[in-house]
Design a protein around this ligand. Sequence first.
Ligand code: PLP
Length: 412
Amino acid sequence: MATFMAASSREGKKLNDVIFSASAAARAAAQQYGAEHIVNATVGCYAGDDEKLGCLPVVEKIYRSLPMSDFIAYAPPIGLEGYRKAAISETFENQIPEGYADAVATAGGTGAIHIAIANYSEAGECVLAADWRWGVYDGLCSEIGRKLTTFALFDGNQAFNIESFSSAVADILRKQDSLLIILNTPANNPTGFGMSCQDWTEVLQVCRLHEKQGKRISILVDIAYIAFAGDKNETRRFMRLFSNLPEHIFTMFAYSMSKGYTLYGQRAGALVGISSSREVIREFAELGRYSARTSWSNVNRAAMTLLMIVRGDTGLQQQIDAERAAFFEKIRQRAAVFMAEAGQCGLRVVPYQTGFFISVPTVASQAVCEQLQGQRIYAAPLALGVRLGVCSIPIAKIPGLAAKVKQAVDAV
Ligand code: PLP
């Protein structure tokens, strides 16, 4: 179909968001049959066993207590200074890599990923991510004229596939002088996988090799789910490996308040950069400020203020940690029941460690999801499998779910 009014370059652009479509079907079914008769596994937000979107109580209390000026006043495009500092300390906790660091406030983690792609990959060139990935990466790349290329996340033993990673990097760098690599870990969406320190050491070895040959490599670690991955400092241990890297290996983190603070719609995040070069970081902050001003101008001041308040008060931080731990425990219990039953009924599942999602590999994810819908179970069909959001399925609806998924997989 030709365009009517839009620029010809926009012809046929359409958001094909399979997750939102599956989610809409689940909501319609809940209205028709009653929420108690359906399983909605499409949601990517934490819900309690009452199936209501969960909000950390301390977050609600602080947010509601903020003055109106915090909700209506502009903030600087780069973000409030205290927020940028807080985002850096939230990103690293006690595992601070040696080097220069700065942060740019962004419209959620999505904004951080956008800024990273815009400034650290060349127009028309490839960006590398894993095959099991958040589908939005593809659109974020193509919208600004980059191509997303993938490597296989898992090897035959379901471990990080360093060979696939290494050969993908080499293939791309035969044609490009620089490369942006996006890795979503820990608590990967959609698999729950987390890279170990050993995996990271090997990844950095590959990067160093190419850097020595004159290539420039940027790594974006998408830590959207890090608050639901286990002990803060344990899950961040790999971050120390980014200390004193050569100046042409630049590491960034896409930090988000969406999951960690249950503030999904408030659109607050940050792109955090760490480098051994002061110049690299200076440039990073300038580019970030420019990108922010020209895309969303500035972000939610109230959310930024909330983070500053929390990080400035040890008591509040402990309270949030305890409340979050309670949410995390619910997710862990749901996942444990599902995984145990998957083992019993022989359902093949991607090895789950932590996080919001469990994935079932299948080449026919759409057909499996349709089968499941026949049983009023709604899941997200992805390119490599079916994603189930244990973040929001109440524990009472988990027993028997793995067996039903197995039936659906076997039926197609
Ligand atoms: N990265 C991953 C893997 C995600 O799943 C999400 C949200 O679903 C995000 C980043 C960014 O979320 P937000 O833009 O709400 O911070």
